[in-house]
Design a protein. Structure first.
Length: 113
């Protein structure tokens, strides 16, 4: 079973940047999709960005133009580049791999105002 592991979270000031990584323990070539969710305190988990097996990428409206999802099949790793971060981006970010769906443990992102 492929197990994804997130890294790259941390504390950053508003306007700053972070790059999250989601490294899978095995090949992700056969994954139907991969993506990122986030969960803010007291709120439901929400989809941030996703990529299909065909390479189609979609973003939540709240992050369009600021977040960029990419995938390196050779490294079995997916990335989420985040720029112009806002306090409302704060939360635990989880990656998933659809093989069927397997979740990572999450990484905390905190954006201070």
């Amino acid at each position: 079973q492929v197990q994804p592991v997130e890294s790259g979270g941390g504390l950053v000031q508003a306007g700053g940047s972070l790059r999250l990584s989601c490294a899978a323990s095995g090949s992700i070539l056969s994954a139907n999709a991969m993506g990122w969710y986030r969960q803010a305190p007291g709120k439901q988990r929400e989809l941030v960005a996703a990529i299909t097996i065909g390479g189609r990428i979609s973003y939540a409206d709240s992050v369009k133009g600021r977040f960029t999802l990419s995938r390196d099949n050779a490294k079995n790793t997916m990335y989420l580049q985040m720029i112009s971060l806002k306090p409302e981006d704060t939360g635990v970010y989880y990656c998933y791999v659809d093989m069927p769906r397997i979740w990572g443990q999450g990484t905390q992102v905190t954006v201070s105002s």
